[in-house]
Design a protein around this ligand. Structure first.
Ligand SMILES: Nc1ncnc2c1ncn2[C@@H]1O[C@H](COP(=O)(O)OP(=O)(O)O)[C@@H](O)[C@H]1O
Ligand SMILES: [Mg+2]
Length: 242
């Protein structure tokens, strides 16, 4: 993303943001509530058209007219709400995007769905409804759905929100495993320090007042970085809270 401006109506949320996510990398987007993390993600996945600036995907510039449709199948998205369809079983939830975007025969789709569910440890839960599962299992099912079309890059908006600490650790481990075994690039929004330290190859810290990125680096570097009191406050608050 190059010199990107994002906002809603008359309000600018992020201005002049530039950021590169390298293939295979896990980048975490940090910052206090309301600073623009989800907005940045919406810009990255093409849900929120930028007011200014350029977006590139795999070396190709995204045409503002054309949008990101051509790249959408290479992107998996786990929205904060998880939002599985409540009336459909897990298998049906995961097969939906595959049915929509491919002409594969039914049996093959069934095998792919089973494979995806096994990938997230839910191989024997395909016939369950979301309401029959725990919060952690629902998140994992939503992850299986985000992975349905074999994305090259996965965007996760607060994948551990609403989960207890142990389930949250399992989610982190699952993301790490998907990154190392399948090489999936990841952009993960989180404000939980244990997650940040565990999964980040690189962190991007956003600030609402600055309307942009105030720091970038490895978690340990940022923690030890006293130059910016806002970055310190973020990490110190996290330590006190958690
Ligand atoms: N759809 C929207 N319309 C108008 N304002 C929005 C919308 N979504 C978010 N905002 C505003 O943009 C700012 C950043 O929000 P958001 O990106 O959701 O923050 P974060 O994900 O970091 O908590 C907030 O002030 C929020 O109120
Ligand atoms: Mg958000």
């Amino acid at each position: 993303m190059e010199n990107l401006w994002l906002g809603y109506g008359g309000r600018v949320i992020l201005e002049d943001v530039s950021l590169i996510v390298h293939a295979g990398e896990i980048v975490t987007i940090l910052g206090t509530s309301g600073c623009g993390k989800s907005t940045l993600m919406r810009g990255m996945i093409g849900l929120l058209p930028p007011r200014k600036g350029r977006i590139f995907f795999q070396g190709r510039e995204v045409d503002p007219e054309e949008g990101l449709d051509w790249a959408r199948q290479k992107m998996g998205v786990l929205f904060q709400s998880g939002a599985l369809i409540g009336s459909l079983t897990l298998s049906e939830n995961v097969s939906l995007p595959i049915e929509e975007h491919s002409d594969l025969p039914e049996e093959l789709i069934r095998d792919i769905v089973q494979f995806k569910l096994e990938l997230v440890g839910l191989g024997s839960f395909g016939s369950y409804l979301p309401s029959e599962l725990s919060g952690g299992m629902r998140k994992r099912a939503a992850l299986a759905r985000a992975m349905a079309l074999d994305p090259e890059i996965l965007f996760c908006d607060e994948p551990s929100s609403g989960l207890d600490p142990i389930t949250s650790v399992e989610m982190d481990e699952l993301l790490l495993e998907l990154n190392s075994s399948l090489g999936i690039t990841m952009v993960v929004i989180t404000h939980e320090l244990p997650s940040i330290e565990k999964i980040s190859h690189r962190c991007i810290v956003l600030d609402g007042q600055a309307r942009g990125i105030i720091a970038t680096g490895k978690p340990a570097e940022l923690k030890a970085d006293h130059r910016d009191p806002r970055v310190q406050a973020f990490f110190r608050r996290q330590t006190l809270d958690g």
